[in-house]
Design a protein around this ligand. Sequence first.
Ligand SMILES: [Zn+2]
Length: 119
Amino acid sequence: MTYAEKLKDHRWQECRNKILTRDGFRCVCCGNSNKVQVHHGYYAYDMEPWEYEHDTLWTLCDRCHSGVSYSMRQLKIDIGRMLPSFAAMSIMRQDAVNLSEALNQLYKMTPTSKGWPNE
Ligand SMILES: [Zn+2]
Protein backbone atom coordinates (compact mmCIF):
# COMPACT_ATOMS: atom_id res chain seq x y z
CA MET A 1 0.00 0.00 0.00
CA THR A 2 1.47 3.40 -0.96
CA TYR A 3 1.36 6.33 1.47
CA ALA A 4 -1.29 8.00 -0.70
CA GLU A 5 -3.40 4.83 -0.47
CA LYS A 6 -2.90 4.70 3.30
CA LEU A 7 -4.29 8.23 3.58
CA LYS A 8 -7.49 6.96 1.95
CA ASP A 9 -7.75 4.07 4.45
CA HIS A 10 -10.80 4.28 6.74
CA ARG A 11 -8.52 3.97 9.81
CA TRP A 12 -6.69 7.17 8.82
CA GLN A 13 -9.94 8.90 7.87
CA GLU A 14 -11.38 8.12 11.33
CA CYS A 15 -8.21 9.25 13.10
CA ARG A 16 -8.04 12.40 10.96
CA ASN A 17 -11.67 13.26 11.74
CA LYS A 18 -11.02 12.90 15.49
CA ILE A 19 -8.09 15.32 15.30
CA LEU A 20 -9.96 17.82 13.11
CA THR A 21 -12.93 17.69 15.51
CA ARG A 22 -10.68 18.06 18.58
CA ASP A 23 -9.06 21.14 17.00
CA GLY A 24 -12.38 22.61 15.87
CA PHE A 25 -11.43 22.29 12.17
CA ARG A 26 -9.05 25.23 12.64
CA CYS A 27 -5.30 25.54 12.28
CA VAL A 28 -3.80 25.29 15.78
CA CYS A 29 -1.13 27.84 14.76
CA CYS A 30 -3.14 30.66 13.20
CA GLY A 31 -6.82 29.72 13.58
CA ASN A 32 -7.43 29.60 9.82
CA SER A 33 -10.16 27.14 8.82
CA ASN A 34 -9.33 27.02 5.08
CA LYS A 35 -7.43 24.08 3.58
CA VAL A 36 -6.71 22.42 6.93
CA GLN A 37 -4.77 19.15 7.10
CA VAL A 38 -3.70 16.85 9.91
CA HIS A 39 0.04 17.11 10.53
CA HIS A 40 2.13 14.26 11.98
CA GLY A 41 4.45 15.66 14.64
CA TYR A 42 6.91 12.89 13.79
CA TYR A 43 7.22 9.88 11.55
CA ALA A 44 8.45 6.40 12.39
CA TYR A 45 9.10 3.96 9.53
CA ASP A 46 7.31 1.11 11.30
CA MET A 47 4.07 2.98 12.06
CA GLU A 48 0.95 3.47 9.96
CA PRO A 49 -0.45 7.01 9.67
CA TRP A 50 -3.33 6.18 12.05
CA GLU A 51 -1.13 4.57 14.74
CA TYR A 52 0.39 7.75 16.18
CA GLU A 53 -0.42 9.16 19.60
CA HIS A 54 -3.15 11.76 19.17
CA ASP A 55 -1.12 14.33 21.08
CA THR A 56 1.41 14.21 18.22
CA LEU A 57 -1.20 14.97 15.53
CA TRP A 58 -2.22 18.56 14.77
CA THR A 59 -4.62 20.41 12.53
CA LEU A 60 -2.69 22.92 10.43
CA CYS A 61 -3.57 25.08 7.43
CA ASP A 62 -1.62 24.71 4.18
CA ARG A 63 0.63 27.67 4.93
CA CYS A 64 1.46 26.72 8.53
CA HIS A 65 1.96 23.08 7.49
CA SER A 66 4.65 24.12 5.03
CA GLY A 67 6.38 26.30 7.62
CA VAL A 68 6.20 23.69 10.37
CA SER A 69 7.42 20.91 8.04
CA TYR A 70 10.39 23.03 6.98
CA SER A 71 11.26 23.90 10.59
CA MET A 72 11.00 20.27 11.71
CA ARG A 73 13.25 19.15 8.87
CA GLN A 74 15.86 21.70 9.95
CA LEU A 75 15.53 20.60 13.58
CA LYS A 76 16.08 16.96 12.58
CA ILE A 77 19.21 17.98 10.69
CA ASP A 78 20.47 19.75 13.85
CA ILE A 79 19.72 16.63 15.92
CA GLY A 80 21.48 14.49 13.31
CA ARG A 81 24.63 16.59 13.76
CA MET A 82 24.77 15.82 17.48
CA LEU A 83 27.18 13.22 18.78
CA PRO A 84 25.04 10.06 19.09
CA SER A 85 26.38 8.93 22.46
CA PHE A 86 24.04 7.47 25.03
CA ALA A 87 24.98 10.16 27.57
CA ALA A 88 24.33 12.95 25.08
CA MET A 89 20.99 11.41 24.08
CA SER A 90 19.98 11.05 27.75
CA ILE A 91 20.65 14.74 28.32
CA MET A 92 18.76 15.56 25.12
CA ARG A 93 15.83 13.46 26.24
CA GLN A 94 15.70 15.18 29.63
CA ASP A 95 15.69 18.54 27.85
CA ALA A 96 12.98 17.18 25.54
CA VAL A 97 10.88 16.27 28.59
CA ASN A 98 11.29 19.84 29.86
CA LEU A 99 10.41 21.14 26.40
CA SER A 100 7.43 18.81 26.29
CA GLU A 101 6.17 20.23 29.61
CA ALA A 102 6.60 23.76 28.24
CA LEU A 103 4.72 22.78 25.09
CA ASN A 104 1.94 21.27 27.18
CA GLN A 105 1.55 24.65 28.83
CA LEU A 106 1.54 26.24 25.38
CA TYR A 107 -1.02 23.69 24.17
CA LYS A 108 -3.45 25.02 26.76
CA MET A 109 -3.45 28.20 24.67
CA THR A 110 -4.42 26.35 21.49
CA PRO A 111 -7.99 25.51 20.44
CA THR A 112 -9.70 22.40 21.75
CA SER A 113 -12.94 20.72 20.72
CA LYS A 114 -14.61 23.34 22.93
CA GLY A 115 -13.08 26.20 20.94
CA TRP A 116 -10.34 28.69 21.73
CA PRO A 117 -9.50 29.07 25.45
CA ASN A 118 -9.72 32.87 25.22
CA GLU A 119 -13.23 32.87 23.73
ZN1 LIG B 1 -2.26 28.18 9.99
